[in-house]
Design a protein around this ligand. Structure first.
Ligand SMILES: [Ca+2]
Ligand SMILES: [Ca+2]
Ligand SMILES: [Ca+2]
Ligand SMILES: [Ca+2]
Length: 325
């Protein structure tokens, strides 16, 4: 017998006793009803106090102390062709579920169905509306446009704001996509960028300006994280150059030069860069990594190449303690 059935039986039995008792002791019917109501309320209160709250089986309770996983994934030419490939989508759906916030880059789809189709498949696999996304407009100077999207776990993260950077000096081919989120006590700003390869040093310098502007706009928020495919290695960027503005001491490149974020080369194109206010506080030390889904899911290299030329990158954050800023 489960607890609620037992409670109902206790209530009914108590009511019966009181009715019989009330009859013999000549208690007014009103008083008897009041006693019964009080007893039912008491049992209800006990039920709330003593029984753990069980969400429906399809909606497990979120562990609030679990670290927040934030990352980025350039899903090379992500459009209707990939959405139509069930084998590729099966892996992309599994990958998305490893993140609480995932910046998706290189969405190329003039019909603009890709992000919503991806979301539907993710939530179908989970079994409920766990994830949501927010998407930029198509960006780029030529007719070949790309969109960014943040996919996020609505059980852990609340989207507060999102917009495309106001690129008055045309510093960026694809303007950074900026989103503000809150998770537990941790509020933060993500600045997603897929740099134009040939303009990488200049575009990354401009990211330094974006950080300054964001800090001026909201001096109370220093959890500004830069992430995405920065093309920050190989022939486009000297990763060991310490004179670059984005290599100033305040910037912590947690995806360090030794990580290989590409599937065909050992380059570190994809990066996550933190300010001290996040690096010294919410960031879980040593957590930044390349998410090697091929090893975890057991996927052959030939198939990995069909999914993307990039691996996803990820870092973990503590959301339980008081945010310092
Ligand atoms: Ca621009
Ligand atoms: Ca904050
Ligand atoms: Ca490298
Ligand atoms: Ca902080």
């Amino acid at each position: 017998m489960n607890k609620s059935t037992k409670n109902i039986l206790i209530t009914l039995f108590t009511a019966l006793i009181l009715m019989i008792g009330g009859h013999f002791l000549k208690i007014q019917p009103d008083a008897a009803t009041r006693v019964i109501t009080d007893l039912i309320n008491l049992i209800d209160t006990r039920k709330i106090d003593n029984t753990p709250i069980h969400a429906a089986p399809s909606e497990p309770q979120v562990q609030d102390d679990a670290p927040l996983k934030i990352g980025a994934f350039n899903i090379q030419i992500f459009g209707v062709k990939k959405i139509g490939n069930t084998d590729i989508m099966e892996q992309l759906v599994k990958i998305a579920q490893e993140f609480d916030v995932m910046l998706v880059e290189e969405i190329r789809d003039s019909s603009q169905q890709t992000a919503s189709a991806y979301l539907k498949e993710i939530n179908d696999a989970v079994g409920y509306e766990k994830y949501a996304f927010v998407e930029s407009e198509p960006l780029g100077r030529s007719s070949s446009k790309e969109q960014y999207a943040y996919f996020y776990n609505t059980k852990k993260v609340k989207l507060l704001d999102d917009y495309t950077y106001d690129d008055q000096n045309d510093a960026f081919e694809r303007e950074p996509f900026i989103a503000k989120f809150q998770s537990g006590n941790f509020d933060f700003v993500l600045v997603g960028l897929h740099s134009k390869p040939e303009d990488t040093p200049a575009e990354l310098s401009s990211l330094d300006n974006v950080v300054s502007e964001l800090s001026e706009e909201d001096p109370s928020e220093h959890d500004i994280m830069l992430l995405g495919d920065f093309n920050a290695d190989g022939s486009y960027f000297k990763e060991k150059d310490t004179t670059h503005p984005l290599k100033a001491a305040k910037y912590h490149w947690v995806i360090t030069n030794d990580f290989d974020t590409m599937t065909k080369t050992d380059w570190t194109y994809d990066r996550i860069i933190l300010l001290p206010e996040t690096y010294d506080h919410e960031y879980q030390k040593e957590s930044a990594t390349v998410f090697r889904y091929d090893r975890i899911f057991g996927i052959a290299n030939s198939f990995v190449q069909q999914i993307s030329d990039h691996f996803p990158i990820m870092a973990e954050f503590n959301t339980a303690d008081e945010d310092d800023d």
